[in-house]
Structure formats: C-alpha cells, structure tokens
Design a protein around this ligand. Structure first.
Ligand SMILES: [Zn+2]
Length: 434
C-alpha cells in the first residue's frame, strides 16, 4: 500500500525546498543552540556567565556553519572547507563590529530606540549574510556529476581529483597532482558551439555581441603582446595564431611586419578573416597538418581554456616551431586571488565555453615537460566595451537583465567607449623552443 504524504508534510517539504526558508531555519537553530547551551552551562554547571556565553557562541557558529553549508546551500564540496571556515569566521567577526557600529549610528546619532535599532540591523544583516553565503562562501545548490572524479587530468594524466565547483550543470574538479582545474567529465565535441551566433551576438549562453567591435579595445593589449614577442624572439618572423577568430590579432601583427597565418574552429569566423585578405583556415592544431618547423611564433590567446586536450596542442605547437621559436599563451589564472576567492562564481568559469583553468605554476611545468623554457610570465590588462562587459556579466550570472542591457547599449554611441579592466586574473606566458 502506497504511503501518502499528509497535507502538512507536503507543505513543510515545499517550504524546505525554498532556500531562504532553510537559511532562516539554520539561523534559528543556531540561536536556539546558543540559548540552550548558555542556560545549561550557567544553570547546571554553574559556569561564569561570560565564559558560558563565549562557549555557547562558538558552538552556535559551528552549528550554523555546518547547517548553512550542507542544509541551506546543499554544498557537499570537500575541497574548499578550510577557505569556507576562514571566510565564515571572518564574516562573523566583521558582523560583531558592524553591528556595534550600526547600533551606535541608530541609537546615538539617529535617536532610534535600541530594541528597534537591533531589529532593523538584524534584518539587514540577515539579508546581506545570505547574499554573501550564496555568492561567495558556498557552492550553492550544486549537484555533481557521478563520474567527475574518475576523469584523467588533461594536463598531467593522473586520476586524482577533488570536486572544485559546479556551473551551468557542469562539474569542475581540481587535479590533486598538478592543480589543474577542469570540467569533468569533458563535454563532447564543442565545435558546433562556435558558429555565426557566437561571434555576432545571438547566443543563448555565451560568445560576443559583435566580435570585431568588442575586440577593438584589445588593440593596446595586442600591441603589448607583440612588443613582448618581438623582444623575446629578437625579431619578427612567421606567426601562426591558433583560435584567430576573424583575424583581428594577426591583422595587427601583419601591419607590424610579421608574416601571418591563422586557424580557427569556426568556419564563419574564418570566412570573415579571408574577406580581410588574411591567410586563414578552419580547423584545429590537431587536425591541420602543417609541415614541421613552419613558424617562429605560435600564439594561443584566450584559447587553451577552450580546449579539451590543451597538452596535445602544446606538443603540436612545438613540432611546428623552428628552433628558438616561441609559443605564446594568454589564459585565465586559476591561482589568482579572484579565482581562489570566488571559485565557481569567478566570471571566467563559464563551461562549456571554458574547460580548463591553469595557474602560472602548472602551465609552466607543462611547457617545460613538453620541451619549452618559459622566458616571460606576466599579467597584461585589457580594455573592454560596455556591451562586452554586460555580456560577460550575463554569461557569469545568467541574469537576463545583463543581456537586455548588452543589446541595448550595443546600438548606442556608448558602445564605442573603451574601459580598462584588470582583475589580475589572467596571465601571459612566452616560452622558447630549446
Ligand atoms: Zn593534473
């Protein structure tokens, strides 16, 4: 005989499915534990009330941490627990000071009665604490792929992963051996993804509003890349840009005297590049068979993070380089403060667009293992247009508002504005083929 849920049980379970309700239950449980423990310690153990208050408070913070993490936010990640504890404790200390400050402002400066002040402040604190937990501390409501832990690392080949986060229904893991963060399991072939829509704004999740316009503010960074490349190589030479899109970078390089070629996975982007008179072809390093030692420089700018197998591209790049030739990589920095703090809320974590996240150390090691010697590792800022920034916010948060603003500003003169942004969360590497 089937067990029927009573109406009340049904209502309770529906309320619990609502995260704000779980948040309130967790908070109330912590307060209850604090009061009960305080009473028990003072009344039955005759403890000094101030010492009892400290012990009860510590217990309540511990209980609330566990409940917020697992119950409110369904966050079962093991990896970040140290970071979360520090973050959580720091927030509690901040709350005590902030509460005192606001009480002073409310009571002494604004003349609000102290109980009313405390109620208003508590409500405000409950709201911002919820937002901080949701966006910064816990990997909210994530479900992880059951096979996430058994994928080999695309950089070092080891199978030794811990869950790092989750985004857009993809699980991200960190390799315990080399520290690479990658989407696991890797999605199937992603080529169809980089179609016309990706470069011209209609995409549901990702891509550019208007590739050529949005890349224009990059000119200064590209010039700076080329300055570094020319000093590392000691001259200009034959350049292959992998993931050249419509050829914006190689167009600039060509005007500086480089002999340029480009490849890209997108047929659509390649047609546009050809229309500019550039030597470009559709494909990847793995499926176009260039002759050995064809180039003096190979650039992978904002490319390796898109690759399911970045190592094979780096090995192939080495085969195509002349002796003393350089490989140039610009990619998100998983070791940056922004990445380590925000984890899957980092705006560059956008699977299935971005699949692997290196840091300075593990990319350096991969380059050394594949026969390169790194000669420069640095961070170079970028300039962005306003529609591009809104588009980035949209792919990060999936809030339709950002997409609406991106499309709206796209048609306005304001879209020509170039805004310098440097979160120090990307890095630029030049390595020589020795
Ligand atoms: Zn690894």
């Amino acid at each position: 005989m089937p067990i029927l849920k009573s109406k009340d049980e049904d209502m309770i379970s529906r309320l619990i499915q609502w995260r704000v309700m779980r948040y309130l239950i967790s908070g109330a449980s912590a307060v209850a534990i604090d009061l009960v423990l305080l009473f028990v310690l003072v009344h039955f153990f005759h403890m000094w009330y101030l010492l009892a208050a400290v012990i009860a408070f510590i217990a309540a913070v511990a209980v609330s941490f566990v409940m917020q993490k697992f119950f409110t936010f369904n966050d079962y990640t093991k990896g970040g627990i140290g970071r979360q504890t520090v973050f959580y404790l720091g927030l509690q200390v901040f709350n005590i000071f902030f509460n005192t400050l606001l009480m002073y402002v409310g009571v002494d400066l604004l003349g609000i009665p102290y109980l009313m002040s405390q109620i208003l402040i508590s409500v405000a604190m409950a709201i911002y604490n919820f937002l901080i937990y949701k966006h910064l501390v816990f990997a909210s409501g994530a479900t992880y792929h059951k096979d996430a832990l058994i994928s080999p690392c695309p950089s070092c080949g080891q199978i030794d992963n811990i869950v790092w986060g989750s985004k857009n229904n993809h699980t991200l893991v960190r390799c315990n051996s080399c520290g690479l963060i990658f989407v696991s399991p890797m999605p199937e072939e992603t080529a169809t993804f980089y179609n016309e829509v990706y470069f011209a704004g209609g995409g549901e999740c990702c891509g550019y509003i208007n590739y050529d316009r949005d890349k224009e503010p990059m000119r200064r960074s590209f010039e700076s890349y080329l300055d570094h490349m020319e000093s590392a190589l000691g001259r200009k030479g034959r350049l292959l840009d992998v993931g050249c899109a419509t050829g914006y970078f190689i167009d600039i390089a060509r005007s500086r005297g480089w002999e340029v070629e480009g490849i890209d996975i997108s047929e659509h982007a390649i047609e546009k590049g050809r229309a500019k008179g550039l030597t470009v072809q559709a494909g990847t390093l793995d499926n176009i068979n260039f002759p050995e030692k064809s180039f003096d420089a190979i650039t992978l700018l904002d490319v390796v993070e898109h690759l399911r197998d970045p190592k094979s591209s780096i090995i192939e790049a080495r085969r195509l380089l002349t002796e003393g030739g350089i490989v140039v990589v610009a990619t998100p920095d998983a070791g940056s403060l922004v990445a380590r703090t925000l984890k899957s809320n980092w705006h560059l974590v956008v699977p299935p667009e971005h699949l692997v996240f290196f840091n300075r150390e593990n990319l350096g090691n991969l380059l050394i293992q594949t026969g390169f010697s790194p000669v420069l590792v640095t961070n170079i800022g970028k300039h962005f247009t306003i529609p591009y920034i809104f588009r980035m916010l949209f792919s990060w948060q999936k809030l339709s508002l950002w997409n609406v603003l991106a499309r709206w500003t796209n048609k306005k003169p304001i879209s020509e504005l170039k805004i310098p942004i440097n979160f120090r969360d990307t890095f630029f590497v030049i390595a020589r083929n020795d």
